[in-house]
Design a protein around this ligand. Structure first.
Ligand SMILES: *[C@@H]1O[C@H](CO)[C@@H](O)[C@H](O)[C@H]1NC(C)=O
Ligand SMILES: *[C@@H]1O[C@H](CO)[C@@H](O)[C@H](O)[C@H]1NC(C)=O
Ligand SMILES: *[C@@H]1O[C@H](CO)[C@@H](O)[C@H](O)[C@H]1NC(C)=O
Ligand SMILES: *[C@@H]1O[C@H](CO)[C@@H](O)[C@H](O)[C@H]1NC(C)=O
Length: 419
């Protein structure tokens, strides 16, 4: 009798061991980067379940959705030694309800709230600001004017999200780059004052103007000067104490000019990328017409190639800001992995920042697998976590993933608003 039970148990065990890998390899948060998944809860922290039909990668895999908290690994260097993730048109969010009553007719660039972007590790926001409706609005527009069908929301709403983030995350530094169409006198000054952001303001007088390094991130945190704001209007530096972007930054061309393979032309307002007077370097990497379903492809190997091209074009200088659309979309590591590589190279001479070791000489690298598995692996300290609860359609997903059973899960994850 006993032996029958033992045999039965053995049979079950063997069967289980053999069958398991062929049914569900992993689930319940055990799945690692690039493992097949059915839903986001299958994947480990910092990962969501997504696919990339634009690259014929229809089967959903665990995909990175959060940045490594780099200052948890290497802290205390000058601000301009680091590379930060920036969302282009951070406010232009798919599914954002119209506040003007008019049906919006414009492009979208992101898929989750600014709060969630910050929680997922975005540290720079590109915001277009206009006078509108007796206030200052975030707007996607043309000819310097905001219309009811291109308007998103009063800028103060978004700036209050930034204030809440800075207030609850006292070691984080955020940069705002304003495409500035505001003409109302002291308009921006009043806006930032009312948003409660002056207490974090990094003063223009302390910004390096002749190629010197920026203060260290630890000093910026200690002095609570954790908000950098740049405007595209030169006169506001003298008038309102708001830094004129191109006095401090070189910037590559944006839009389609910025994604030409192997070329990294400077934006016309910017000095040449190899200019050494400005100590910050912004790399724009997004097509002129944003495209949700193509974004995962843009954020794959072509992005790494472009980073290398820009690095060379700028005289072996690493971009400090990498600005993208639909930042979470990729075929696996995406912009997060790219930024880890950039920081690895600049901060410790390793292929990825997770191989860096605090205090060790350059090039002393931990044995790690690049790409990184999850941000939670990346060292001590707190991990700030947003969610991956974005609802966006990938139009081509429906035609490609029908044959996959778990395509259904992906579709329900991705289903929702259309462009
Ligand atoms: C939007 O603005 C146009 C003209 O600027 C106006 O005719 C139209 O009524 C406005 N729509 C709404 C819903 O307010
Ligand atoms: C800069 O940004 C533009 C715009 O996205 C892009 O087309 C270009 O390839 C980028 N690279 C360089 C080096 O400027
Ligand atoms: C996005 O790209 C897809 C595939 O290349 C194309 O079919 C679609 O029309 C594009 N969408 C937009 C809004 O340009
Ligand atoms: C996802 O977003 C919706 C709408 O914003 C919200 O109601 C829901 O609670 C969110 N779910 C999670 C898991 O965050």
């Amino acid at each position: 009798m006993e032996s029958i039970i033992v045999w039965a148990l053995l049979f079950l065990l063997i069967n289980h061991a053999l069958l398991l890998p062929f049914s569900t390899a992993c689930s319940n948060g055990d799945c690692q980067l690039l493992d097949s998944c059915s839903e986001t809860s299958d994947c480990g922290s910092g990962l969501y379940c997504g696919n990339c039909p634009a690259m014929n990668k229809n089967q959903p895999v665990c995909t990175r959705g959060q940045a490594t908290q780099v200052t948890n690994i290497i802290n205390g260097l000058a601000f301009n030694k680091y590379t930060w993730l920036v969302t282009h048109n951070a406010f232009s969010i798919v599914g954002e309800p119209s506040l003007t009553g008019a049906q919006r007719v414009t492009f979208y660039n992101q898929e989750d709230s600014v709060t969630n972007q910050l929680l997922n590790g975005v540290r720079g926001l590109m915001l277009d600001m206009y006078d509108y409706n007796n206030d200052i609005w975030l707007c996607h527009s043309f000819q310097g004017q905001c219309f009811n069908f291109t308007a998103f929301e009063p800028a103060i709403n978004t700036l209050r999200e930034v204030e809440a983030f800075l207030s609850s995350n006292p070691s984080e530094i955020v940069t705002i780059i304003i495409e500035d169409y505001v003409r109302s006198p002291k308009g921006l000054t009043n806006l930032f004052t009312n948003a409660g952001l002056l207490k974090y303001w990094f003063p223009v007088s302390s910004m390096p103007k002749n190629g010197e390094d920026w203060p260290t991130v630890t000093d910026m945190v200690k002095n609570n000067q954790r908000l950098l704001v740049f405007t595209s209007v030169a006169s506001k530096e003298a008038d309102e104490g708001i830094a004129y972007q191109w006095r401090y930054m070189v910037e590559n061309e944006s839009g389609d000019g910025g994604i030409t393979p192997a070329s990294c032309a400077n934006r016309k307002e910017s000095h040449n990328l190899n200019s050494r007077t400005e100590t910050l370097f912004v790399q724009n990497y997004f097509p002129t017409i944003p495209n949700q379903s193509e974004a995962c492809k843009e954020h794959s190997t072509s992005l790494i190639d472009m980073v290398n091209a820009c690095y060379r074009a700028a005289g072996n200088r690493m971009p400090n800001f990498l600005a993208v659309n639909f930042y979470m979309r990729s075929d696996g590591g995406g912009v997060f992995d790219t930024i880890d590589r950039m920081n690895g190279r600049s901060l410790c001479g390793c292929t990825t920042v997770t191989a860096c070791q605090a205090g060790a000489p350059q090039g002393t690298c931990k044995d790690t697998h690049a790409p990184v598995r999850t941000p939670a692996d990346s060292g001590g300290g707190s991990v700030i976590m947003g969610s991956f609860n974005f609802s966006a359609s990938t139009p081509s997903a429906s035609s490609h993933s029908n044959r996959l059973h778990f395509g259904v899960f992906v579709l329900s994850f991705l289903a929702g608003v259309s462009l």
